[in-house]
Design a protein around this ligand. Structure first.
Ligand SMILES: O=P(O)(O)OC[C@H]1O[C@H](O[C@H]2O[C@H](CO)[C@@H](O)[C@H](O)[C@H]2O)[C@H](O)[C@@H](O)[C@@H]1O
Length: 283
């Protein structure tokens, strides 16, 4: 079980990365989308991965020792349209999971879609006068965007969002916060970490999991992978269950490039063979 401390800059952690990958034969690499593969932008529809992250991920997808998964707060179909390649996708913060050619939806979340629809419709009306406030209905969850809302009006949006969810959600829905957003979802103990645990359970025991993410909902996934695997937080050095951090999606590409080159070589090297090799010529 990992605790919340300030994550270490990744440059202090490469030795740990080397030993962790050398001890494993497979890597499960799970990646968040917004703020991780794609820089944060004002308009959610305009988010796209950096070309460097796209290329590095494509290379990892083709490596036989690596399984890749996207684990996003976006709806599954939306995130799949934005980044292609991995065999596994989790959308809506883990409430929908696409793998082995099938899509599974959390049954409780599925039952609450009509309630969520009612909340999103009511919020469209109530928040209509607020400039630049946008409601994203993702079927299983909904997002109220306040990034472009004048700062002084954000508390008003928060109050209205809670009031509408209390009225139509009737304890079946709850509000949480993310990066300049209010997320509305079913009040059930399920998140990205549960999706990562399900994905990992399918893989051989000598698989090491790495999770990279930037937001509050990524913390449950960091808790699943740490301490045997590695959680990498993108952004500030505030306390996190992740042990490492990088600054930005640009630095994420550096990590992905390293994993696709040095990392894959370490996974494929047979350490038992190495220990029986005569190393005297290296001394
Ligand atoms: O789990 P993620 O893949 O990171 O998704 C979390 C939310 O990301 C999106 O919102 C965030 O990114 C937007 C585009 O950069 C930005 O405008 C917004 O302020 C951010 O919070 C997405 O629109 C949400 O549905 C996701 O839940």
């Amino acid at each position: 079980m990992s605790s919340m401390t300030a994550p270490h800059p990744i440059d202090d952690q490469w030795d740990r990365f080397r030993s962790t990958l050398a001890d494993a034969s497979q890597l499960l690499l799970c990646l968040d989308f917004d703020g991780t593969l794609a820089p944060i932008v004002e308009e959610p529809d305009e988010a796209s991965p950096t070309p460097e992250n796209e290329a590095a991920l494509a290379s990892l997808v083709s490596a036989s020792a690596v399984s890749t998964a996207i684990v996003s707060g976006r709806a599954l179909a939306d995130v799949r349209d934005r980044i292609d390649g991995p065999k596994t996708y989790a959308g809506n913060h883990g409430l929908e999971l696409s793998r082995h050619g099938l899509v599974a939806v959390h049954p409780v979340a599925r039952k609450r879609t009509s309630r969520l629809e009612a909340v999103c419709t009511a919020l469209e009306t109530v928040l209509e006068p607020v400039p630049n406030c946008r409601i994203e209905n993702k079927r299983l969850t909904g997002t109220v965007h306040v990034r472009s809302v004048p700062r002084r009006l954000r508390p008003v949006v928060r109050r209205h969002t809670h009031a509408v969810v209390d009225r139509f959600g009737n304890d079946a829905l709850e509000v949480s916060t993310g990066k300049r957003i209010f997320e509305i979802g079913p009040s059930i103990p399920w998140g990205k970490g549960n999706a990562v645990a399900l994905i990992a359970a399918d893989l051989p025991s000598e698989t090491v999991p790495i999770y990279i993410g930037d937001d509050v909902t990524d913390e449950s996934a960091f808790r699943i992978v740490e301490p045997d695997g590695i959680g990498i937080r993108v952004g500030g050095d505030e306390p996190s269950a992740a042990s490492c951090r990088v600054e930005s999606p640009t630095e994420v590409a550096t990590v992905l490039d390293w994993l696709g080159s040095v990392g894959v070589d370490l996974l494929e090297s047979d350490t038992s063979e190495l220990s029986s090799v005569d190393t005297s010529s290296f001394e």
